[in-house]
Structure formats: structure tokens, C-alpha cells
Write a protein that binds this ligand. Sequence first.
Ligand code: FES
Length: 139
Amino acid sequence: MSDHQLYNEKIMDRFINPQNVGDIENPDAIAEVGAAACGDVLRITLKIDPDTHKVLDAKAKIFGCGTAISAADMAMSLIKGRTVEELENFSNDEVLDALGGAENWKANMPHKIHCSVLAESAIEEALKDYKLRKRKGIN
Ligand code: FES
């Protein structure tokens, strides 16, 4: 079975109709991460409320495969409205659950799980960037 046949409707929908593509102007956090397994690259930008520390907007740009595009786009939707503190434990399992279920991915596409880890890593790096900017008084 090809990867295309394994992709469920949710993955395909996010791939064909992504909702969070692009770059935010004057972001409060930026992260760029790469997947060692395949060379794919993800850049995310976040707008964060300085008082509540809630993510107001999140965008992703990716040079990568279909599942990485879907996972990054879904991850951006999932983190909007959450505080930086709430995102400390954000895991790719949440992305997998929103895109058909972690068990389904583990059973049918274990070689694609790293695509969702890319999104998790980007969020982790963006939170570090946000905190660094705060410390340096950049935001
Ligand atoms: Fe590497 Fe999807 S195959 S990110």
C-alpha cells in the first residue's frame, strides 16, 4: 500500500486546505527546525499576547512531505488560544490524535511519525525563542 492510500481524510483535508500557512509580520516567536531523517524544514511564527501569554496566531511554512504539511498546519490550530505555560508539555501525540489517531499512525505509518515530531520540535523552539526575547526585552 502506498503512503497516499494510507492517508486518512483528516490528513488529506489539512494537506489540500491548510488553514495556517504563511509568516506572521513582527512575530513574538520564530522557530526553524529540520528533520534529520529526510531533510524537511519547518518554520513557524507566533503572535503572543504580552499580558495573558496566550498564542493569538500561529503560522507555518514548510518544505516537506504531505504529512508534515498536515501535521504542522494542525499543530498551529491546536496551539492557538493556549498560554505559553500550557504549551510546555505539548506533544506530537496530540497532533496524531487530531489527524486520525496515534494508534492508526503507529500501526500504518510508523515511518511518518517523525513528520509530526517536526511540529512538536518547532513549538518547543518557538517557546524558547519567546522566553529569550522576553528576557532581552525584544518583544
Ligand atoms: Fe520527513 Fe515527512 S518524510 S517530514
